[in-house]
Design a protein around this ligand. Structure first.
Ligand SMILES: *Cc1c(COP(=O)(O)O)cnc(C)c1O
Length: 672
């Protein structure tokens, strides 16, 4: 509320001289105020009241209004909040996925109307203080709008280029920020990538996949050079670790030290029996919870108490417990475990070494495919011969999920690689000594070390989906039969599965500190927020001198670029049979089309020559500007060959400015 107690209202202009108004709610999450926008207020007409009525599932028109409110309205809400709370304005904006991408356009507007910058200068200032994180390689997870729809919402009341929503900005410039190669499509991830000077994916593998996915935005560069890094997601220990483990940590390391790797190392001193007792306690709690929920679910399905006596015999607190809980987009393959029902049945019903499987899931109300998958699991789990060993729990949510993460011995995850950007459920399990049994996707690809769980081999490259599922399901059964179950049931004289417990201990020690959200926040701070804050400061200092300089440079570079060419490259010293370390001297004559030598970097690119004359395993070495001659600027370098055999080289020119985060940033390169 404003100082006088009236609600603080956020507004955004809508087509047809309408206004979308929202109230702001504040949810205090720990020390972090979370601002929530609510359009269901009397100031709006019926249609606009509905803008915030759902998270997913509206049509594109509904969705773009939500994203305008989140992006444009979001900035306005932050401004209102800092004004009322007397806080300084934030320096860095972090866009998680493209949904709030329009916030960059709103900040450009602020600078154009408030600080007198032109669009390019404002864009340079905004980019400096923006971090963009892409969260999914699944195309359906990325919002794309018809460009005409964006134009409809941003243009003037009579379709003018001057935006009514963002006065002072031209719609064409806004559209260009989200353009795909097909200019009729506006892509919110492209918008984010063009508005953020620093970008990342959410695991190492996802970073790699994203570099390939978005390589077209940096034409002329190999995927490996695309400036999208990665920060692996993490989970909040105090939310997801069982009280039993947190008490353990307190006892070993002192209160509130779970964030430190040192504390986890102290687990070395704990007796295997003590770890085993804790695992048993948590499993037993889970079994109780499963019976409770199963009973409730059957009562809701119309069963009577009298028919449900069998529920008390569902699950056994001493049997190896595997958990699988998901939302059910198809790439997560909820039903992979049912691929060979007889083999699964045999695993569940084994007399000596049985396994019990708890599956939880939730599909989107509009996702009929997802519901059909859940029905398949339910049908299998309902059968009288297996229903004591496999259950499906509906309404997967955080309060249920905690019991699963606490109590399961093994956490199963079998997405279609590489579509799981990170995944976090396995991290929550690991925080409780659960062992991951997972496809090497997302976080598991980088953190699996051979002793903290199992990697299900993937049939990457097998194009036939059914065959791929068969192969991967079969690998999953085999791991369970040959490795997981024998280890769990291999007990010492006092009944403790020592080799299993060593894996539990190793998981807690090794993964514990790595899967934490505090590690993630530290990574973002060091690698992204601090550099972005420094860049933003430099951009705005002295009346936006940095932003003006960079915009001016960018305009000059873009104008000159079509004329830039490598006129000639001379080499000397390459022996007939090149050896590692042989010295290669290169001289390049480069025509810069009006740019100065300091406006570019010229690089020697040396690598292995393939049959089609392409270079691989390249190293790039900057060349020194040594003078000017009639062919242009002269650049020279002596390179020690990084390899023997068929070595080739080329020379390339990239734009360079000290306020760019890298020479690749502008996506411009000229090759010899
Ligand atoms: C952790 C969690 C998720 C996300 O898990 P993924 O591994 O990313 O699929 C979803 N729902 C609930 C309730 C969770 O606790």
């Amino acid at each position: 509320t404003e100082a006088d107690g009236t609600p603080a209202l956020i507004q955004a202009a809508m087509p047809g001289h309408r206004t979308l108004t929202a109230r702001v709610w504040i949810a205090q999450v720990g020390r972090v105020p979370l601002l929530l926008l609510d359009s269901d207020i009397a100031e709006n007409d019926e249609e606009l009241r509905g803008v915030t009525d759902r998270l997913y599932g509206g049509d594109q028109d509904h969705r773009i209004k939500q994203e305008i409110l989140a992006g444009v309205g979001g900035v306005r809400a932050v401004r209102a909040y800092t004004r009322i709370a007397g806080l300084p304005d934030p320096e860095v904006f972090h866009m998680n996925e493209g949904h709030a991408g329009f916030l960059g356009a709103e900040r450009i507007r602020e600078l154009v109307t408030g600080a007198g910058l032109d669009f390019d200068e404002a864009l340079a200032a905004v980019r400096a203080g923006t971090v963009f994180t892409t969260h999914t390689p699944v195309p359906a997870g990325i919002d794309r709008f018809p460009a005409e729809l964006v134009r409809h919402y941003f243009s003037g009341p009579n379709g003018e280029n001057e935006s009514a929503l963002l006065p002072g900005l031209g719609v064409d410039r806004i559209l260009a920020l989200g353009r795909e190669s097909d200019s009729r499509v506006f892509n919110m991830a492209h918008l984010g990538l063009r508005l953020g000077q620093r970008c990342n994916g959410v695991s190492k593998l996802h970073g790699r996949v994203s570099r390939e996915m978005f390589v077209d935005l940096w034409p002329g560069f190999d995927a490996g050079e695309v400036p999208i890094g990665s920060v692996t997601n993490g989970v909040h220990a105090h939310t997801w670790a069982a009280r039993e483990w947190l008490e353990f940590a307190n006892r070993l390391a002192g209160p509130d030290r779970v964030e430190e790797a040192k504390g986890w190392e102290l687990l070395q001193t704990v007796e295997p029996r003590e770890l085993w007792v804790t695992r048993n306690t948590l499993r037993a709690q889970l079994v109780e919870e499963i019976r409770r929920r199963l009973r409730r679910s059957w009562l809701q399905r119309g069963a009577t108490e009298a028919e449900l006596g069998w529920v008390d015999g569902v699950f056994d607190p001493h049997v190896l417990t595997v958990g699988f809980a998901r939302r059910v987009p198809t790439y997560k393959r909820l039903t992979l475990m049912l691929r060979d029902p007889e083999r699964l049945r045999a695993l569940l019903l084994d007399e000596d070494r049985p396994v019990q499987l708890v599956v939880a899931g939730k599909s989107h109300p509009a996702d009929d495919g997802g519901k059909a998958l859940i029905q398949q699991v339910v049908r299998f789990a309902d059968a009288a011969d297996v229903r004591h060993r496999i259950v499906f729990l509906p309404d997967y949510d955080m309060s249920m999920a905690r019991y699963l993460y606490w109590g399961c011995d093994v956490w199963l995850n079998n997405p279609l690689r590489p579509l799981e950007a990170c995944g976090t459920s396995g991290m929550k399990s690991a925080l409780n000594g659960g062992l991951n049994l997972s496809i090497r996707d997302g976080w598991w690809d980088e953190m699996y070390d051979g002793e903290n769980g199992w990697a299900i081999p993937t049939a990457d490259g097998v194009m036939d989906e059914h065959r791929r599922d068969d192969l991967e399901a079969s690998a999953l059964y085999e791991l369970l039969e040959r490795s997981v179950l024998p280890r769990f049931y291999d007990r010492d004289g006092s009944g403790v599965p020592r080799r299993w417990i060593e894996m539990v201990r190793h998981t807690l020690q090794n993964l514990g500190p790595k899967v934490l959200a505090s590690r993630m926040v530290r990574d973002y701070t060091v690698q992204y927020y601090a550099p972005a804050a420094a860049a933003a400061r430099e951009a705005v200092a002295d009346g936006f001198a940095g932003a003006r300089q960079l915009a001016h440079y960018r305009r000059r570079a873009e104008a000159a670029w079509p004329a830039v060419r490598v006129a000639q490259v001379d080499s000397a010293g390459l022996p007939d049979i090149p050896e590692i370390g042989s010295k290669l001297a290169l001289t390049a004559h480069v025509y810069l089309g009006g740019l100065r030598a300091g406006d570019v970097v010229v690089q020697a690119v040396v690598g292995r020559v393939g049959p089609d004359d392409t270079l691989s395993d390249v190293v790039t070495v900057p060349m020194r500007h040594t003078g000017t001659d009639p062919l242009g600027e002269v650049f020279e370098v002596e390179v020690a060959l990084p390899m023997a055999g068929s070595v080739g080289y080329t020379v390339r020119v990239l734009p360079h400015h000290e306020l760019l985060a890298s020479d690749v940033e502008l996506g411009k390169v000229v090759l010899a």
